[in-house]
Design a protein around this ligand. Structure first.
Ligand code: ADP
Ligand code: MG
Length: 244
């Protein structure tokens, strides 16, 4: 039960009662990269949003278990504190909160060691550089006026500093150009801590960028097939039709 994130028989409805996620099971161990693919509207973002506790959705049954502990109904900050990082497909903008301040607060919240503002800013700048993110951005308000690609990079920058045990990332690669993709995945592949990851993506070239341990295909709220990286090649060849 240690070093595992388990999504157990999870059903999710909208708050108006429309069922979207239909009994999803996933087990992610520390260090593993799981890729979740599926056609538009199959419920991938709803799964992530529901796990985050998005008010639009309701988990009607099933559990989210982190290292043996049922955290399904924990508030987002408690989930984060226990080591779960949830990335959004559309990161929100937070007016009035400076990116660097926000991140330093979040990092201090999570660890017993306090980092000084100056030291923190230096770490932030060097990480931003690795992502080819302009460091002027860390002085701005969180996500405010960031381009789509900048938001995605800022999210990965947050992840690298928060050092979670598990991350669920909803299309971290969407809206990135070819160079930015390379930077992003290079960064993900070289994190200096062990991470279990569920990476939702539409990018069938994903295998050129990350070493996937498992690939899952979601259709109409269900995971219809799981396998290894060969599954991505199957999708690349013939799309999702054969799984529907
Ligand atoms: P994916 O991320 O796989 O593209 P989504 O999870 O965004 O899919 O959406 C799954 C389905 O649920 C879609 O048909 C979408 O229109 C529907 N859906 C998502 N949120 C709501 C909502 N709040 N109200 C009604 N339908 C929704
Ligand atoms: Mg989505």
């Amino acid at each position: 039960m240690k070093n595992q994130l388990i999504i157990q028989d999870l059903f999710v409805s909208t708050k108006t009662g429309k069922q979207i996620v239909d009994g999803v099971n996933l087990k992610i161990k520390t260090g593993e990269i799981h890729i979740l693919m599926g056609p538009n509207g199959s419920g991938k973002s709803t799964l992530t949003d529901a796990l985050m506790g998005h008010p639009e959705y309701k988990i009607t049954s099933g559990k989210l278990i982190l290292n043996g502990q049922d955290i399904t109904n924990f508030p987002i900050d408690k989930k984060a504190k226990l080591g779960l990082f949830l990335g959004f497909q559309y990161p929100i903008e937070v007016a009035g909160v400076n990116f660097a301040q926000f991140l330093r607060m979040a990092v201090n919240e999570q660890s017993s060691k306090r980092v000084s503002p100056v030291a923190f800013r230096n770490i932030l700048k060097s990480q931003a550089k690795k992502l080819s993110l302009k460091d002027e951005i860390i002085e701005r308000c969180l996500n405010e006026g960031f381009s789509g690609g900048e938001k995605k990079k800022a999210e990965i920058l947050q992840l690298s500093l928060l050092k979670p045990k598990f991350a669920i990332l909803d299309e971290p690669d969407s809206g990135l150009d070819a160079d930015a993709l390379k930077y992003l995945f290079n960064f993900i592949n070289n994190l200096d801590f062990p991470l279990g990851m569920l990476l939702i993506t539409h990018n069938q070239r994903i295998l050129h960028f990350v070493k996937a341990d498992f690939v899952h295909i979601m259709i109409k709220g269900e995971i219809v097939k799981s396998g290894d990286f060969n599954l991505v090649e199957e999708i690349e060849r013939s799309g999702y039709a054969e799984f529907a």
